[in-house]
Design a protein around this ligand. Structure first.
Ligand code: 8YV
Length: 312
């Protein structure tokens, strides 16, 4: 009897491991749950979820025996946790195992933006070094001032790395943290006004929706660079286009967007933006650890053991 539904785009290795542990049914996204026979839906106790499509009340109502949604990812903003909790459905996520990779990518994007490495590589491959001479001078990164918007587990890993680049670290969080030498701002606009790099490491969801507003971008100013490795929803993208197109900020380095993967094509025309395809956690090692944690949570639930990384 199938008790598990695996929803999302799993790699062949992940698929094989899910199959051998749980023999699940596979679907692409939650909107397909209704295509299953009611008799099958009635048996489903666990969902392994991977993706960013909304998983809301309608999907949950179609699975009356559901007890757990094990999310593949630290961010679970796609899942309606309030409704799940109300219905007695446990949510788990995959925290910590991806902190290093996401922080590494944030730092890499800062260096790519400042040192123009992608443009320099294209310059060489086009034969311009020998033909036209030296590549254009660019922007010094070390010794800048960094602002971390959301000093959680990933934000702290970014801060630690940027300290090694001799940066002063400022931050905003819901409350002041016990940090050695980091400067707290109680308002995102004040944070943006104090730094060269504003690095967004917020959780997604209603409470952080469009926190990077036109006012924040205006405070960041013409030397400022916005870095986002969290969720596209945290940034007012319309205001960001205005700021990038009119030069009221210096640039942006973005791993996350509205409407992924169909992002606004205006991004492709901007030279002052580093673009990455939401690949913060996307290494072989980390994705294996995330997938294993997801499976461990499902196993724990089905065996009546304590969940490894519960959310609610
Ligand atoms: C995704 C992420 O989980 O962990 C998160 O919150 O956004 C990513 O690691 C990954 O893209 C798979 O959907």
């Amino acid at each position: 009897m199938t008790q598990t539904l695996a929803i999302g785009n799993y790699t062949p290795d992940e698929t094989q491991k899910l199959e051998s542990e749980f023999a699940p049914l596979f679907l692409d996204d939650p909107t397909q749950i209704g295509t299953l026979d009611a008799a099958l839906r009635d048996q489903i106790k666990a969902v392994a979820y991977k993706g960013h499509h909304p998983f809301g009340p309608d999907a949950m109502a179609q699975l009356p025996a559901l007890g757990i949604i094990a999310n593949y990812g630290v961010g679970y903003d796609a899942i309606d946790v309030a409704v799940a909790t109300h219905n007695g459905i446990k949510i788990t996520n995959t925290p910590d195992v991806l902190n290093d990779d996401v922080a590494d990518l944030a730092v890499g994007m800062i260096l790519m933006h400042g040192r123009q490495m992608a443009q320099a590589s294209s310059w060489m491959r086009s034969g311009h070094w020998a033909g036209k001479g030296a590549f254009a001078l660019n922007r010094k990164v070390s010794g800048s001032t960094a602002g971390i918007l959301g000093l959680g587990r990933i934000g702290r890993e970014i801060a630690v790395r940027l300290e090694a680049f001799k940066m002063d670290i400022h931050y905003w969080s819901r409350s002041e943290k016990d940090t050695l030498g980091y400067i707290y701002h109680d308002d995102p606009v004040a944070l943006a006004g104090a730094v060269d790099y504003l690095v967004v490491a917020l959780v997604g969801g209603a409470e952080t929706q469009r926190m990077v507003s036109a006012d924040v971008l205006s405070a960041l100013g013409e030397n400022g660079v916005l870095v986002n490795i969290s969720r596209g929803s945290t940034v007012d993208e319309a205001a960001l286009f205005t700021a990038l197109e009119t030069g009221t900020i210096n640039g942006a380095a973005l791993d996350v967007f509205d409407n992924e993967p169909q992002i606004d094509p205006r991004f492709y025309a901007l030279d002052n933006v580093v673009l990455q395809p939401h690949q913060g956690s996307g290494t072989v090692e980390t994705r294996a650890a995330m997938a294993a944690l997801q499976r461990d949570n499902i196993s724990a639930f089905l065996n009546g053991a304590p969940l490894v990384t519960p959310v609610n």
